[in-house]
Design a protein around this ligand. Structure first.
Ligand code: NAD
Length: 416
């Protein structure tokens, strides 16, 4: 088994929580397998007239508690096993947040940075056509993930609605506000990360205003987390993205960095700090390390040399199971992804609810609901950690989630 196989890692995380969860053996067994994964072939015209064929997936992992829910990722490293792992993580996340959803994920193997907007639109519409028979407001509701955002969701919603002959906003979440997107969705995941940081610091009796933070990834999640942690008084000393990293011991000017990224397309070349590579960023002597990019950022090699005092998992699956074990031995707590980055799916749920009621909430109401739900999940995780004496917070979070999904399967029964 490879250390970085996300599907193996996801199943190992479930298995580690198995002894701490009251769940039937037969139910646990079936939860190790996704319900279905569709592979689609996507031929599109490039702007120069060339036809190129791409491949994509949609995995529906489990729907015992409600419609499948999960993002769509455009990235060259997408694989079937990665999409299935991400769909599993969505299942545990929606259950931990106690949302009436299952888990799903989608992805296309592509580097959209090489695409024009027209090409990305054609690819998105073709992908939506490919998966449209398995999605829908009551069936499976996609959302943004790496290299996708509100515009991608608008094209998906439009394509799906065109086939139906009328507008169906709630087929996706994370839409622009003009077509039913909710206030607060763009910031939701980063806001959830900041709220989780508040709770973690309170739990560990530390002061966030005295903390230094390094963040890997400066996209939707990483940039908002940086801004909100900075506003809370933490010192963001390092940030990186796919173009490079920047470091300043006195703290980076996050607004200036956001302006630089907007202008140049990446963190590299930022004048307000020194250049730093990813390997060094992950090993910085900081209070908080916040991986907010891809899976497998923290492997055994990194875990052995990691100097942060707390890991806040904003990305999905950033720590391998083998690395997690080392961090546990080294007494470095990890606040797990299915808790830390759940703000996005919470506000996606609120968008879906507003769409189905044809009603809209203001930002204050959305943010208050987000804070209440993620804070309750944090408490549920801490309670499981204390009462069941789980080895770490991840196992506690999984025990809660497994029992909720397992309980739904038990009362529904096994068909036929
Ligand atoms: P994004 O595409 O907006 O940003 C990804 C960022 O990671 C970019 O800054 C990119 O340059 C950077 N990156 C990629 N490879 C890197 C590398 N090797 N080293 C350093 N940086 C690298 O995507 P996002 O929506 O911010 O997603 C980031 C993570 O958060 C993913 O794991 C995603 O699954 C997870 N997540 C996202 C949401 C959401 O609402 N968007 C919700 C929950 C979890």
């Amino acid at each position: 088994m490879s250390e970085t196989d996300s599907l193996d890692n996801m199943i190992d995380q479930m298995s580690a929580a198995r002894p701490y969860a009251d769940i039937e053996d037969g139910v646990f067994e079936r939860l190790k397998y996704p319900e279905r994964t569709l592979k689609v072939t996507l031929p599109i015209h490039h702007d120069d007239g060339r036809v190129q064929v791409y491949e994509g997936y949609r995995c529906q992992f489990d729907s015992a508690r409600g419609p499948y829910k999960g993002g769509v990722r455009y990235h060259p490293s997408v694989t079937r096993r990665e999409v299935e792992a991400l769909a599993g993580w969505m299942t545990w996340k929606t259950a931990l947040m106690d949302l009436p959803y299952g888990g799903a994920k989608g992805g296309i193997i592509v580097d959209p940075r090489e695409f024009s907007d027209r090409e990305t639109e054609r690819l998105t519409r073709r992908y939506t056509e490919g998966i449209r028979r398995m999605i829908g407001p009551d069936m499976d509701v996609p959302a943004p993930d790496i290299n996708t955002g509100p515009q991608t969701m608008a094209w998906m919603m439009d394509t799906y609605s065109m086939y139906a002959g009328y507008v169906i906003p709630d087929v996706v979440t994370g839409k622009p506000p003009s077509i039913g997107g909710t206030a607060g969705r763009v910031e939701a995941t980063g806001r959830g990360v900041a709220i989780t940081a508040d709770h973690a610091f309170e739990y560990f009796e530390r002061d966030l205003t005295e903390a230094t933070v390094a963040i890997q990834g400066f996209g939707n999640v990483g940039s908002v987390a940086a801004r909100l942690l900075d506003q809370r008084g933490a010192t963001i000393v390092a940030v990186s993205d796919v173009t490079g990293g920047t470091y300043s011991g006195d703290g980076l000017d996050i607004a200036a960095l956001e302006g630089h990224v907007e202008q140049t397309g990446g963190v590299a070349g930022f004048g307000g700090g020194q250049a730093i590579g990813n390997d060094d960023l992950l090993r910085l002597d900081v209070d908080v390390l916040c991986p907010a990019a891809l899976e497998n950022a923290i492997t055994v090699d990194v875990a052995e040399e990691l100097r942060a005092e707390l890991v806040l998992e904003a990305a999905n699956g950033p720590t391998t199971v083998a690395a997690d074990e080392i961090l546990r031995e080294r007494d470095i707590p990890v606040v797990p992804d299915i808790l830390t980055n759940a703000g996005g799916v919470i506000v996606s749920y609120l968008e879906w609810v507003q769409n189905s009621q044809q009603y809209s909430w203001d930002l204050e109401q959305v943010n208050a609901d987000l804070e209440r739900r993620i804070s309750t999940a944090f408490e549920d995780t801490l309670d499981a950690f204390a009462e069941r004496e789980t080895p770490d917070l991840r196992t506690a979070a999984y025990a809660v989630a497994l029992e909720r999904v397992g309980g739904a399967h038990e009362v529904r029964g096994l068909f036929p």
